[in-house]
Ligand binder design. Sequence first.
Ligand code: SF4
Length: 406
Amino acid sequence: MPSRGHRTLVADADSGTLLQDLPFCGVWAMTTYDACDYGCEYCVTYAQGRARPLVARGEVADRLRRELVRIPRGVTIAAGCLVDNYPGTEADEQVTREALEVLVEDGREALIITKGTTVTRDIDLLLAHPSIDVKVSIITLDEEEAARLEPRAPTPAARLATVRELHDAGVEASVMVLPMVPGVTDVRPIIEWAGGEIPVSIGPMSVMNPVIATSRFGRDFDQLEVGRQYYEEMRSVGPHPNVQWLRPPYADYDPAVTFAGRSCEQTEATGGVGDSSSRAEQVVRHVLAAEVNAIGVLAMEVFSPYVRIYRGRPPARRLADQGRGLPEVAELTARSAGLRRTVVSVDVDGDLVSAVHSIEGTLDEPWDETPPGTRARLSLASAFRFDRYGMIIEVWQEVIELSFDA
Ligand code: SF4
């Protein structure tokens, strides 16, 4: 498989598109720079390089207003999913600040993920926004490890100071320990620092990116092992107030454990990752898990930015819900607790991987005429087509059956 170049997931710099739909992640990514210069070893966005504004200062606001018009209300605008919007140069460029002014004016739900310290410059705007969270990414407090794995990012100490300053100013700020890297990340001192006062969210490393397996981590990982170690760490650290563990995509789960965030109790599959014979099949299982595990962002590394989602089975090409996927899936996962996924089969045929699977959950709010407390079950046929770089470029989904049990 050819290696992937940089920027494959970033909005086309020539078109200057600031907002990009991330199917399966449930957000639109806002990207104000064409690349990220922090150089993280575990980066899954393939967007590393010299950070330059995607749109020139003074032109960002108009561009963003035009793009926001086509995005439905209720969708989160997430800055920093693909490229950090606060690189060092933002102190001079101020293009992210210009975009933030528009988000304040627009007032829809927004999220910032960053390692950049310049975000504190924008405290005035963050306080003026009705609904915005700032997640500061920190994977270790060990300065040497951080210098090795995130060579051009601000130091962990500087990032902790950033979270503290945001929090003390009244901004909804938290620490995001994502990815938690086995053997590198010790969440205890981070949790201790946060003291139950500042929220901490933790998620496992994703190694679907082949670069990670041959990186400066000094060893290879497989995703199942990462999931297991993450899970063991979660049990050993134990519950802490204001600490949220995201459910890992792969692991041997204890159904008694309920992960914070979406109340997903158990994931079932007929075969574990260890049984999977191809990377494409593993990727598809990863994506199917992401659908119910509220970690869709971990799946973004496998989607081309040009992915299309169709309703039906291949070769039909009728876009599903304007390309965002099946509304039935979105409704069920948004309105249900106790989500459970079952994979019935996964078949690989060349560049096409087909799966039959189901998602079920107990409604915790009404869905049309169906009252809360009802068990809802969606049986689905899905197919994923990969390009030669291993990115998913087309998805087909069809509802086989939707049923409700009182
Ligand atoms: S800050 Fe984020 S986008 Fe930038 S290199 Fe690190 S992981 Fe990648």
